[in-house]
Unconditional design. Structure first.
Length: 482
């Protein structure tokens, strides 16, 4: 809807993501979809994230097209010099509680016009607490897969069944049987590292379990997934949380609705916190169809120098062409010498950039596979383009996503817990040569289902319309009760 067309009566929705790339990226897509449907949106970023977006993207001009679309900012409490990556990222939760929460509460009391609904990142308990305290309806948005949320929900059942925590040197292939729907394939190694705790009262284990159970309360749970991908798990979840809106894959949904409304998403628009290096696109143009493996471990994973070198050898020794996103904080330590065969092999068949236009890269015909950390956005972006994956999960939801990619959806290979050059080489050849046909067949099928669900009448399309209607009736109910 154009600026001048938005009616005064539009509900005011505040969207508050966790200040991390994957979360902000998908919640900005949701924000644009809701703005397109005519809702007034305020998008709340941390100061740090907003600065990155202003520096590297066109968000201000892109969203200025929508009537009443506002960005607001709030401190995340971390010191400026904090890298906001790796396992140290988790520190942010302490600061959000102590610094951000009181400021957020004051903002919600004073904001004009009054907020009719908060769409809070489901990991931001502070936003849910404040919303409840002030009587503002809240819909929680978990930016990860349904399969992972469901496993988190079952943490207390796993504890009760004596299956958690995983202690010391256990057989990591032991089956976990108390997550409904995953009894036959979920192993200890497919659960995140916080499940490896010394006792059942471990604070992280307890916090994740309680926070996830809270996601099932409230006015609804919003998910960036689609019914044809995760329907089985969703039907289990609906026994605990009847109002689940699956509206994904959000990036494809947005692209589809924008073109339906005769708008186009500019190819070069991004929500990246880093400067995008587009030089890899002309490089890809010169490579044969389906010949390149794209390698990226997302925005948070931090690899050691040894791991970088093992991946590098594996890629070069595979003899395949590769495009690798190697963030500056993942570079080999200064002073480490890079073996000459890696430099030579990369000159011949490789391209390394510090940040890529990932959606465009995955959609490029030269790409034949994706070596990924199995972050949920990356997984969905690969699914949409029908690109098979090798999974090397780093933390959190990625351990479970990678099990589903390989074991349930048949979209690739899971290489978790291993990182040596022979394994990398074997996996790359397995994906790009030996099992190529099998994976491409299933990936093409799932990509087609993804496209159908965001088209008119598809499940995600209808669920988004239902979400908009429900938000409109929240405003109506508030007005009637005045
Ligand atoms: N991304 C990108 N360029 C890159 C690497 C990643 O645009 O070079 C984007 C990617 O498209 C995805 C997001 O960063 O949307 C990463 O989110 P994901 O959930 O996959 O992983 P996280 O960074 O949260 O671990």
């Amino acid at each position: 809807m154009d600026k001048e067309q938005q009616p005064q009566t539009s509900p005011h929705v505040l969207i508050f993501p966790l200040p991390a790339q994957g979360h902000v990226n998908s919640m900005l897509k949701l924000a644009e979809l809701l703005a397109l449907a005519g809702l007034k949106i305020t998008f709340l970023n941390s100061d740090f994230v907003h600065e990155q977006l202003l520096r590297h993207t066109d968000v201000l001009s892109r969203f200025s097209k929508y009537a009443g679309f506002d960005f607001r900012t709030i401190p995340d409490g971390l010191p400026d010099e904090h890298p906001r990556a790796g396992h140290g990222f988790m520190k942010i939760f302490e600061f959000l509680e102590s610094t951000t929460k009181p400021i957020f509460k004051e903002m919600m009391v004073n904001i004009k016009p009054r907020v009719d609904c908060i769409i809070a990142d489901g990991v931001l308990g502070i936003a849910v607490d404040v919303a409840e305290e002030l009587g503002i309806p809240v819909i929680q948005f978990r930016t990860i897969s349904a399969c992972c949320i469901w496993a988190y929900f079952a943490v207390s059942d796993m504890i009760q069944a004596g299956e958690l925590p995983i202690k010391g040197k256990e057989d990591m292939d032991r089956l976990i049987t108390s997550v409904p729907g995953m009894e036959t394939f979920l192993r200890c190694r497919d659960l995140p590292s916080f499940c490896r705790a010394s006792d059942t009262m471990d604070s992280t284990l307890q916090r994740i379990s309680q926070d996830t159970r809270k996601n099932f309360e409230g006015h609804g749970l919003l998910l960036n997934t689609f019914e044809d991908l995760e329907g089985d798990i969703l039907s289990h979840m609906r026994t605990k949380a009847p109002k689940i809106y699956t509206v994904g894959p959000l990036h494809l949904h947005l692209r589809t609705r924008l073109s339906d409304s005769s708008r186009t998403l500019l190819d070069q628009s991004s929500n990246s916190f880093h400067e995008v290096d587009r030089s890899c696109l002309p490089w890809l143009d010169k490579q044969p169809k389906g010949s390149v493996i794209y390698v990226s471990f997302g925005s948070l994973a931090v690899l050691s120098s040894e791991e970088v070198i093992e991946f590098w050898f594996g890629l070069v020794n595979s003899g395949k062409r590769f495009l690798w996103v190697l963030r500056p904080d993942n570079m080999v330590e200064k002073g480490d010498s890079i073996p000459v065969e890696l430099i030579e092999g990369t000159k011949q068949r490789g391209c390394i950039v510090s940040w890529a236009p990932q959606e465009e890269v995955l959609g490029h015909g030269a790409i034949g596979g994706f070596l990924s950390h199995s972050g949920w956005n990356s997984t969905l972006e690969s699914v949409v383009e029908g690109v098979p994956m090798i999974c090397w999960p780093y933390f959190a939801d990625q351990q479970i996503n990678s099990r589903f990619v390989s074991q349930v959806w048949g979209l690739g290979l899971d290489m978790k817990d291993l990182c040596d050059r022979q394994i990398v080489e074997k996996m790359v050849n397995g994906l790009m040569v030996e099992k190529r046909q099998e994976f491409v067949k299933s990936a093409t099928k799932v990509a087609k289902l993804a496209k159908e669900c965001v088209n008119v009448g598809g499940s995600s399309y209808c669920n988004l319309d239902r979400l908009v209607e429900d938000i409109r009736s929240m405003k109506l109910n508030i007005n009637l009760s005045k």
